[in-house]
Design a protein around this ligand. Structure first.
Ligand SMILES: [Cu+2]
Ligand SMILES: [Zn+2]
Length: 223
């Protein structure tokens, strides 16, 4: 007898819950259909997430995929020692028309010349050898060369020269690298080598990697 009495009560409770669920969808439900209602003489339209009252948009999903790319005007690279080297420094890059001005200082070097290149990857996971930065950055397939050569890797910036205190002041302008477009060095790696780049093939015989860094957008470098 008890069961018979219980059954209709449970059934109506389920029915009530069903009606409640239909009337009020969960708060996180994404509305994909569209509907128009008239309320107090005003036309309210819901299309997906967009709501308009009398044609005026009152809510809209922001456009998260802007088509306009920002322009990078300045980039920076903090050079850190590779393995047990003591070489460190900071490089600044500034776009000046079609050229990039490279300035900065590298310290802890042996006096003399050191290979100085943009490498393929801004990947610093191997700080023991610096090999995670890959080979010389090259857009296309070129031979290794001097910065002034007609043919060179995109990232071939030649050498820097350290004084008797092991400090190299960097100041150069290069028109092959860029901070924007296909030749952009932003996100790539930078390597300073133990030996001079002698411009021999395939990569200049510059020896071990003594400092590594990743090139990023500078704090005041976006337009
Ligand atoms: Cu290199
Ligand atoms: Zn090269």
């Amino acid at each position: 007898m008890k069961r018979r009495l219980f059954f209709p009560a449970a059934a109506s409770a389920v029915a009530l819950l069903g009606v409640a669920a239909m009337a009020q969808p969960p708060a996180d439900t994404v509305v994909t259909s569209s509907a128009t209602v008239t309320l107090n003489g005003r036309t309210i339209t819901v299309e997906g997430e967009k709501v308009t009252i009398d044609g005026r948009v009152v809510t809209a999903t922001p456009d998260m995929k802007s088509k306009k790319a920002p322009v990078v005007t300045k980039a920076v690279c903090v050079l850190m020692p590779v393995g047990d080297s003591k070489v460190s420094g900071v490089l600044h890059f500034e776009q000046a028309g079609d050229s990039v001005k490279v300035t900065g200082e590298v310290k802890g070097l042996e006096p003399g010349e050191h290979g100085f290149h943009v490498h393929q990857f801004g990947d610093l996971t191997d700080m023991e050898t610096g090999k995670s930065a890959g080979g010389h950055m090259d857009v296309g397939e070129h031979k290794h060369g001097k910065p002034s050569d007609k043919e060179r890797h995109t990232g071939d910036l030649g050498n820097i020269t350290a004084d008797e205190n092991g400090v190299a002041k960097v100041e150069m302008t290069d028109s092959v690298i860029s901070l924007n477009g296909a030749h952009s060095i932003v996100g790539r790696g930078f390597i300073v080598h133990a030996d001079p780049d002698d411009f021999g093939q395939p990569t200049g015989n510059a020896g071990a990697r003594v400092a590594i860094g990743a090139i990023g957008v500078a704090q005041d470098g976006l337009k």
